[in-house]
Unconditional design. Structure first.
Length: 230
């Protein structure tokens, strides 16, 4: 398992990982329970935001592989900071920490480019899994987020009288749905399934149409609701 260069930036008065008590990168790493190099961003939220953006623009060998950040930072909020990070360096894996389980927050984070969305009261083991998954290009969500999204989705179906269109998908489309939701590109899916990129694109288009989805973030949320990915 390769070592990761991780930048941590949290609202220090309300996080559950006690990073405000860390006086060094090594100590922050121990508190996170991650066997990685941790670049601890300090205690001031505004300074943290500035340091994140500067870190992303640093020489390639100094850039973090992953950024663990708070969705609720002042001035430059986490959603906007995430968007700027991804625009500057799309390869950086952003793990968003939040107290919100609302679908709107999760969708905004995904649209900004976050790969993982974790509640602040999550177990430290989930944080480690989220960082590892995001760094590998995969999605990760707190189990509680998936549960809330599923419950909201079922209530919506009952209220509107609509039917879940998942049964309309062919076995191949279900397979591609999962791979795309896990973060695979069209080329990756094509290689894994021994298909042409054009064929994968056609399947993706059919999936989006059948499920009435308009974007990959919406597709990921759908997959979380259905328990296709965690």
């Amino acid at each position: 398992m390769r070592k990761l260069n991780i930048l941590v930036s949290l609202m220090t008065n309300e996080n559950d990982y006690q990073l405000e008590q860390a006086n060094s990168a090594e100590e922050a790493g121990k508190k996170l329970g991650v066997g990685c190099k941790i670049l601890f961003a300090g205690n001031d939220a505004i300074t943290q935001s500035t340091q994140i953006l500067k870190a992303i623009q640093a020489p390639e060998e100094e850039r973090p592989d992953a950024v663990v950040m708070d969705i609720g930072m002042p001035n430059l909020n986490g959603i906007e900071a995430c968007y700027q990070i991804i625009q500057s360096n799309p390869s950086v894996a952003v793990v968003m920490l939040s107290m919100h389980t609302d679908e709107s927050y999760v969708l905004r984070a995904l649209k900004a480019g976050a790969r993982a969305y974790l509640l602040k009261d999550s177990a430290q083991a989930d944080l480690v899994r989220a960082i590892r998954s995001a760094a590998e290009g995969k999605s990760f969500f707190s189990p509680a987020v998936g549960k809330v999204l599923l419950e909201d989705y079922v209530r919506k179906l009952r209220r509107t009288g609509a039917e879940d269109s998942y049964d309309l998908l062919t076995p191949r489309e279900r397979e591609i749905l999962q791979l795309v939701a896990e973060g695979k590109s069209n080329k990756d899916v094509a290689n894994l399934l021994n298909l042409s990129v054009y064929t994968v694109e056609t399947h993706r288009s059919n999936i989006m149409g059948k499920l009435n989805l308009r974007s990959v973030p919406e597709l990921i949320l759908y997959a979380v609701r259905k328990g296709i990915i965690s």
